[in-house]
Design a protein around this ligand. Structure first.
Ligand code: ADP
Ligand code: MG
Length: 319
């Protein structure tokens, strides 16, 4: 039976690239660059709540870090360091090795050093705290959307939820579509470079993890605004092309979770610049609505002009 220290040494110790003192001491030492603020976020993934206990460990390793990286992307920050607290039911080395492989694959893509952590026996529970840097004063918060701003979303919102619907037998997708949607679910691609490119451009931003409408509600609440969404402008076609019917496509896009796309607001004067940025980054970008002055009011406008007020209740673990 490997000891806790064997496991840490074998699976979670690698040469650090930009960490002053890394795994192995009582605390890590991180040195932010001059003029930078630290952006810090933590996310816990609990077996049975956020993933199935028999989930494929390599994909789980990727996702555990990726969801944290996405939080920094949503601030316009650059991810730099992470610490990993693991509670594991057993010292299953094959599982841990695969988990570490996925975790470090994500760390390599986004330039993150694993600087420390904690390893303990207990129910399967994965918790990452991530540290990033952003030029002082340049972070993009949830609270600065203004009436008249456009509302934008990156990428392919709803695909992860469609993948989950497929796993649950609620949708029968063709193999290629199922593959793409399951990749979105299991290996989310946080929009880090695009998030940084939005500094000075986006007025408010967050990453969509609990459903577009629910997360939009957080921007509206923090900014004291409302929003009108143009149903015609929603990127529903990509979901229909995967085989979702209209009702399912809409549900996945508006209230499905696990997107890790960026939802942001920007002044209409930025449209051309944003279209150019999207082209440069090879990222689909959809302008889906407008911010209004009616605090907390969320209106959906159908293609035929009918409007209805909707609720922006997202996923709530305690509701
Ligand atoms: P302490 O007893 O001081 O809490 P630990 O024995 O828990 O130290 O950890 C020893 C070292 O290994 C520390 O530097 C800690 O940050 C690191 N560490 C423990 N678990 C992990 C992990 N899962 N990933 C990365 N580093 C870890
Ligand atoms: Mg410890």
């Amino acid at each position: 039976m490997p000891s806790e220290f064997d496991l840490i040494r074998r699976h979670f110790t690698r040469p650090a690239r930009h960490t002053t003192l890394s795994v192995g001491d009582d605390a890590a030492l991180l040195t932010p660059r001059a003029g930078m603020q630290l952006a810090v976020s933590t996310d816990m993934l609990v077996a049975g709540t956020h993933f199935f206990a028999d989930a494929e460990p390599e994909a789980l390793g990727w996702k555990t870090l990726a969801v944290n990286v996405s939080d920094l992307a949503a601030m316009g920050a650059e991810p730099r360091w992470a610490v990993l607290a693991l509670s594991l039911p057993a010292a299953d080395e094959a599982w841990i090795a695969a988990f570490a492989r996925g975790f470090f694959a994500c760390a390599d893509v986004f330039g993150v050093d694993l600087a420390g952590g904690d390893t303990t026996r207990g129910p399967l529970n994965l918790c990452v705290t991530i540290f990033g840097e952003v030029p002082a004063g340049a972070a993009i918060t949830r609270g600065d959307a203004r009436a008249g701003d456009d509302l934008w979303i990156t990428g392919k919102p709803g695909h992860a939820a469609l993948g989950l619907a497929h796993l649950r037998g609620e949708a029968a997708l063709a193999p290629a579509a199922a593959h793409a949607c399951l990749a979105a679910l299991h290996r989310p691609q946080p929009r880090v470079a695009f998030g940084q490119a939005l500094r000075g451009v986006a007025s408010a931003m967050l990453d969509v993890s609990d459903g577009l409408l629910g997360d939009l509600g957080h921007i509206l609440e923090c900014s004291g605004c409302g929003a009108r969404i143009e149903v015609e402008a929603l990127p529903l076609a990509a979901l229909r092309a995967c085989g979702a019917d209209e009702v399912l496509a809409r549900r996945c896009l508006l209230s499905g979770g696990d997107d890790y796309e960026l939802l942001f607001t920007a002044a209409p004067t930025r449209r051309e610049h944003l279209a150019a940025l999207a082209g440069k980054h090879g990222l689909p970008l959809s302008r889906i609505g407008t911010i209004t002055a009616n605090a907390d009011e969320l209106v959906l406008r159908e293609a035929d002009g009918r409007e209805h007020t909707t609720t922006h209740a997202g996923y709530d673990h305690f509701a």
